[in-house]
Ligand binder design. Structure first.
Ligand code: SF4
Length: 239
């Protein structure tokens, strides 16, 4: 892995593919890089025979997508193991089933970087691309990885709906799109960015939310139906 790559030390990524490659070589956050490597070495008993990814996890999906899904961070034994965002844990099971049922994904399950899953008109990224201890990035780490998100949203020219999974994703999206007086996060909140995309909010499909019933399947799938409707409305214009 390259050491301490900065935009200033190399040509700034000019495509989504270049940015993803850049993110996967990043080591701006020593605490997170050390934690991901440690987890990858120690492993969870259930995954003892697997080789963990253990590095920053790049975004993936359709570069021309109108739906951008913004999660929080790779989980220690999920994306930090599989190397694909929101893959390898319970959150991923909910996400890809919903994407499949609403026509954005070729498969209802995401298993690894090398499976045959294809996203159509959808793109998945995270606020933070390295797994943080206890799923809690520091403010400084949010700033560091926010630079990637800023560039990414500029490169995703067709974005119409940004689905923010959880309050931190919503706050980071608002900051990146210069919404300085953002409304308070609630599930199903819709915020139209002037001359920009619609931000649609949802509770994150983490076990903390799905096991407790805070997020139920009906409310979750409705978010994707709404995203699809809003995209169609953007394409056809006001009635
Ligand atoms: S969290 Fe983001 S900025 Fe920090 S090391 Fe990982 S990829 Fe780089």
């Amino acid at each position: 892995m390259a050491n301490g790559l900065r935009f200033s030390q190399m040509q700034k990524p000019t495509s989504i593919r270049e940015l993803s490659e850049f993110v996967e070589q990043c080591d701006r956050c020593p605490r997170l890089r050390a934690y991901c490597s440690k987890v990858a070495l120690e492993k969870k008993a259930a995954y003892r025979d697997q080789t963990y990814w253990g590095g920053p996890v790049g975004s993936f999906g359709d570069e021309n997508a109108e739906l951008i899904i913004l999660g929080l961070a790779p989980s220690a034994h999920g994306a930090n193991r599989t190397g694909r965002l929101i893959t390898g844990d319970k959150s991923g099971e909910w996400l890809f089933r919903a994407l499949f049922e609403t026509g954005f994904s070729s498969h209802p399950k995401s298993e690894s970087r090398t499976d045959s899953l294809v996203l159509t008109n959808a793109y998945i990224t995270n606020v933070i691309h390295c797994a943080p201890p206890e799923n809690k990035p520091t403010p400084e780490e949010l700033i560091q990885c926010g630079r990637h998100l800023n560039l990414e949203l500029n490169l995703l020219q067709n974005k119409k709906v940004i689905l923010a999974l959880g309050a931190i994703a919503y706050q980071q999206t608002s900051r990146t799109l210069n919404l300085f007086r953002a409304q308070r996060f609630t599930h199903a909140l819709e915020v139209q960015v002037p001359d920009g995309p619609l931000i649609l909010c949802s509770y994150h499909p983490s076990q903390q939310n799905t096991f407790t019933g805070r997020l139920k399947w009906d409310a979750w799938i409705e978010i994707f139906r709404k995203a699809k409707t809003r995209i169609e409305q953007c394409s056809t214009g006001p009635a």
